[in-house]
Each structure stands twice: as structure tokens, then as C-alpha cells.
Design a protein around this ligand. Structure first.
Ligand code: NAP
Length: 554
């Protein structure tokens, strides 16, 4: 750890009011808001460009499952009017183009240091300064630090015996090469059938000599029914964008959608079937918003789950394969629901084989392929669609040290604790965007990001006005909030699935349901009330020896 003397000797260019980690959608907007407050700000970013998760997830077929008209920033009317999405659901390249457009429009890059992976963040208690160090040995200092590190940004590689011995190529969907990858004519093995696997499989099937899909657990997926953007639809949105954004923020997921208010069990089977058919034909994840109790009542949920299983059996011609693809081990939407383009139909192709890892457990990878059960599969390429160390993974990759040398890893060893998902006690002046305990991944994440960043900016303005040197979540407020987060999840079917929401996909990670299921309006109301009540549950300290002065002195 750097000494106090070193700190004061650090050059002006390495001292900032605020350092933001990550230049994805959260980091870019945080930088914009920090500038509005007149703060000197630096963004440190591992990648060579902006976009965060959309920078890394370049796999064939990568596409958002929230409609483009809604999966975008709302903070600037000019931006939302000028940008034109070409499809109902934007592809990864188009979202990345949008992120770059935003960076250009607001001249963000001049305050972003790319190719700078933050390895540690240490709070110097005496000076009340955060020191951030990067892999290349640089050190930066700031009064405030914002972790805009993303919820789905730490790719999770499976621990498969022998994977390191494989002589062919290995790609992870969440860390796809930036150079084009030619997979035509290859024998490809995909491991993983979550949202990423379900998107990549149909694209790889078109290229591969043979595609083996190694499935441990099947997932529910709804046809996305992606299409070119309808200009009339786009115009409708743009005529009343602000009103629609407000209406979306009044929806639980922050997405303007058609949410059913009836119980699935209160309507006749004929009406229910007609409603499911209508939503299936419309496409997209809104399918599971058909009834109010699909996430609360197992019988209600079963009606939707069975409908989807029947659809899978209708599409997939081999009944044995269809059975394997039909999920039975978890309620629909208790894991993140997927949206696909021709996923199930892909298994009707001659060059695609589904390998059931439950019946034929994965034994080992060797130089030229993989053994599952007693069968060896010769492969040229592995595509690992094995997901993420979600929500906390990117934070745990950084050595974060708070007051009294407390590390975040130690503090969160039994599961993450935060107050509102925004701060964690023992770590003053450290904010988290879409942290554990916030709605984050259960919502349109751009709405979640904007709301969190707006709250942080409001909080910073409050602290500056009062010349408060530190703000820290109180342990009691944090405990109360986490109890509320846990209780909210217990009332739902979310806890019935072994999902990444609970962290059980990562060996050794404590099983704690991390996102807040209370929805955008309820969460936002609580955040606003806390702020209006002089940041209830946070300790703020005003001190004579201002940390700001470090910058002036140096
Ligand atoms: P995921 O949902 O966690 O799926 C990972 C898959 O890999 C699962 O099928 C899992 O099987 C399998 N797997 C992991 N380790 C394995 C092992 N050792 N052996 C065999 N199989 C293994 O990850 P993801 O598909 O990347 O999606 C994560 C989240 O990212 C999504 O839920 C979504 O929120 C987001 N996402 C969104 C989009 C979109 O907007 N359209 C696209 C991609 C991702 P088990 O289930 O048996 O563990």
C-alpha cells in the first residue's frame, strides 16, 4: 500500500475528484454526470473501447432481448431522436456502434483510459482517498470511486478436466475475439445452453461441418421474432419518447410492455391458450408477463411452462431430442428467460447433434475432442457459452480494500451485502452501479443504470454542497435492506432454480439471491425517499482537511 507521503507527491494528472471503473453504459453515463457536476473525472477501462459487455460479447448471433427502442439511454432527447435502430432487437454490432456514437457525441473518450485493468482499489483512511492501481503498474487517486463494472462482465470458464490440453481453438461467448473468426467447415462443440448458447447455436450450425451441443440443463426460450425496424413504430416512439420512458419506469422491469393483471388460474383454459398463442406469435420475453402470478404460483407457472414444452415438441422432429430440449427442472422465468431465432428448429438439421450431459456426463477434454459418457467427440473448436460470475464477479476480480484493511472479498464471503445495491458499509465513498441488492439484471439494465447513476450524482451534489468528506452505508441500514431483498425473493419462484441470480453456477460462490425483485418503481421510490430524508441510513462526515485540497496542493 502506498504511504501518505507518496500520496501527496502524486502528480496532478493522477488525482481526480472521481474515478469510474468501466466504460460500459454505466461508466459512460457516470462520466457524463460527473462532468455536469464540474468534477474532474477519469474512467479506467480494461477493453480497448467503450461498450462494456457489448464490447466483449461479439459471438455470432449476439443480440439484445429488450426492444431497441427501449434498450437505449433516455437522458438526452436529442440522442434518442437522432439515433436510428435498424431492427426490433438490436444486434451486438449495432449496440456497440451506438455506444461509440454516445462516446463521440459527448466527447467522452478524452477522460477514459483504455487498456487499463484495475487490479486494486484501496481506501486510504487518513486522507480519505481511493487509490486505484492498474495491471500496468499505474496508480490513480480520487475522493470518490464508482464501480461501473457490470453484472454480466466476468466470463465464467468451466472447470473441465483437460480443457488446457485441447489443441484446437477455444472461444468464450462472453470474451469473443475482436478479430473475425472463421468457423466454417469446423467440427464445433458448444458447451452451455443459456441465453448465449441459444443465440450462438443457430448461427454456428449454418457454418459448421458438424455442431455438437453439449447440454446439461435445457432452458425455456421464446421466439424473438426479430424484424427490420418498422418506421411507423419508430415514429410512434419518437413522437412521445419522454412520456413512454416515464411509463416504462412505472413498469416492474422498466420496460413498457403489456402486463397481464389476471391470475393464470382465473381464466378458462381456452382463453389462457389463446393468450399464450397471441404472445408466442408476437415473440419476445414478454410472453411470461401474460399473467400476474406466473412468478408466484407453481400451478399458474406450470400452464405457461407446459405451453412452451408443447411448442418445442411441435418444432423438433425427433421426439427424443424434443424431450431433452424441454425443461422440466425449474419454473419458467425462474431462470432468465431466453429469446431465440430458430434455436429449437436448429436441432432438425443433419449437421447438429444434441448431447445430453445428464445421461452422458462430461468426462474430459483431450487434445482433439471431448469424452462424454463413453463417447468421444472429435472437435476442431470449442465454444464455451458457460455464462458469467454474475453481479459480483467483476468486483471480486479487483482487490478492494476499505476501512481498517477490510477487503470486499472478506466482507462478502457469505454473500454480498449492500444498502440499496449502491454502497456497502466499511467502504466509504465507493459507489456501485447496479450492485447486488438492486433490481439490475431483472430489469431493462439501461433504466437500472440511469436511475442508479442519477441517484449517485444527486448524492455527490448533496455531499459537495455540505462539504462532506465521506459517505458510508450504515451497517444497520444495510442489514435491513438485505433482509428485505431476501424476503422479497422468497415470495417468488425465482428461488426454485439453480441460476446465476443465486450464484450457484460458480463453484464456491455462496448461494444468495442477489438482485432485488421489488421492481423498478418500488426500488426507485425507496431510493428517492432515502435521498429526500437526508440520505437516511448513510453516515456523512464533514472534515476540515478537505480531500479536494489534495488536488490544489499538488
Ligand atoms: P448462463 O445462462 O449462465 O448459461 C450457461 C450455460 O452453460 C448453462 O446452460 C450451464 O448449464 C452451462 N454450463 C456451465 N458450466 C458448465 C459445465 N461445466 N458443463 C456443462 N455445462 C455448463 O449464461 P449465458 O447464456 O451467457 O447467459 C447469462 C445471462 O446473460 C443471461 O441470462 C442474460 O441475462 C444475459 N444474456 C442476454 C442476452 C440477450 O440479451 N439476448 C444474450 C446472452 C446473455 P447449467 O444450467 O446446467 O448450469
Amino acid at each position: 500500500m502506498q504511504s501518505t507521503n507518496d500520496l501527496s507527491a502524486a502528480s496532478v494528472t493522477r488525482k481526480f475528484d472521481i474515478i469510474i471503473v468501466g466504460a460500459g453504459f454505466a461508466g459512460m453515463y457516470m462520466l457524463y454526470k460527473a462532468r455536469e457536476l464540474g468534477l474532474s473525472a477519469l474512467v479506467l477501462e480494461t477493453a480497448g473501447g467503450v461498450g462494456g459487455t457489448w464490447f466483449w460479447n461479439r459471438y455470432p448471433g449476439a443480440r439484445c432481448d429488450v426492444e431497441s427502442m427501449q434498450y437505449s439511454y433516455s437522458f438526452c432527447e436529442e440522442l434518442q431522436q437522432e439515433w436510428q435502430w435498424s431492427e426490433r432487437y438490436a444486434s451486438q454490432p449495432e449496440i456497440l456502434k451506438y455506444a461509440n456514437h454516445v462516446a463521440d457525441k459527448f466527447d467522452l473518450r478524452r477522460d477514459i483510459r483504455f487498456n487499463s485493468r484495475v487490479s486494486s482499489a484501496i481506501f486510504h483512511e487518513g486522507e480519505r482517498v481511493w487509490q486505484l492501481s492498474t495491471d500496468d503498474g499505474e496508480h490513480y487517486y480520487a475522493k470518490w470511486c464508482v464501480m461501473a463494472t457490470g453484472c454480466l462482465s466476468a466470463a465464467q470458464r468451466p472447470n473441465i478436466p483437460g480443457l488446457g490440453t485441447f489443441k484446437g481453438e477455444i472461444y468464450h461467448t462472453g470474451n469473443w475475439p475482436q478479430q473475425p473468426v472463421d468457423l466454417s467447415g469446423r467440427k464445433i462443440g458448444v458447451i452451455g445452453t443459456g441465453s448465449s448458447g441459444i443465440q450462438v447455436v443457430p448461427e454456428l450450425a449454418k457454418l459448421a461441418k458438424h455442431l455438437y451441443v453439449f447440454q446439461r440443463t435445457p432452458n425455456f426460450s421464446i421466439p424473438a421474432r426479430n424484424q427490420l425496424m418498422d418506421s411507423a413504430y419508430e415514429a410512434e416512439w419518437k413522437q412521445s419518447y419522454a412520456e413512454r420512458r416515464t411509463a416504462a419506469r412505472n413498469m416492474p422491469a422498466g420496460i413498457l410492455s403489456d402486463i397481464g393483471t389476471n391470475s393464470a388460474l382465473a381464466v378458462s383454459p381456452e382463453d389462457r391458450l389463446a393468450e399464450y398463442e397471441r404472445r408466442w406469435a408476437a415473440g419476445g420475453t414478454g410472453f411470461t408477463a401474460a399473467y400476474s402470478d406466473l412468478l408466484k404460483n407453481e400451478d399458474a407457472n406450470g400452464t405457461a411452462a407446459e405451453f412452451v414444452r408443447k411448442k418445442i415438441r411441435e418444432v423438433v422432429t425427433d421426439p427424443a431430442v424434443a424431450n431433452l430440449l424441454a425443461p422440466v427442472d425449474h419454473p419458467i422465468r425462474s431462470k432468465r428467460i431466453c429469446a431465440d431465432t430458430d434455436y429449437f428448429a436448429t436441432f432438425n438439421r443433419q449437421n447438429v447433434t444434441l448431447v445430453d450431459l445428464r445421461a452422458n456426463p462430461l468426462q474430459e477434454v483431450s487434445e482433439h475432442g471431448l469424452t462424454a459418457g463413453s463417447q468421444f467427440y472429435e472437435l476442431d473448436t470449442f465454444v464455451l457459452a458457460t455464462g458469467f460470475d454474475a453481479i459480483t464477479g467483476a468486483l471480486s476480480k479487483i482487490d478492494i480494500v476499505g476501512r481498517q484493511a477490510l477487503t470486499l472479498k472478506e466482507k462478502w464471503q457469505d454473500g454480498p451485502n449492500t444498502y440499496l445495491g449502491l454502497m456497502t458499509s466499511g467502504f466509504p465513498n465507493l459507489f456501485i452501479v447496479t450492485g447486488p441488492g438492486s433490481p439490475s439484471v431483472l430489469t431493462n439494465v439501461i433504466v437500472a443504470i440511469e436511475d442508479n447513476v442519477n441517484w449517485i450524482a444527486g448524492c455527490l451534489a448533496y455531499l459537495i454542497t455540505r462539504d462532506a468528506q465521506t459517505i458510508e452505508a450504515m451497517a444497520s441500514a444495510e442489514q435491513g435492506w438485505m433482509e428485505h431483498v431476501g424476503q422479497a425473493a422468497e415470495g417468488t419462484l425465482y428461488t426454485k432454480a439453480k441460476s446465476w441470480y443465486l450464484g450457484v453456477n460458480v463453484p464456491g460462490k455462496p448461494a444468495v439471491f442477489m438482485p432485488y425483485v421489488g421492481g423498478v418503481p418500488a426500488y426507485q421510490k425507496i431510493c428517492e425517499e432515502v435521498a429526500a430524508d437526508s440520505y437516511r441510513g448513510f453516515d456523512t462526515h464533514a472534515n476540515r482537511d478537505s480531500v479536494h485540497s489534495l488536488q490544489v496542493v499538488a
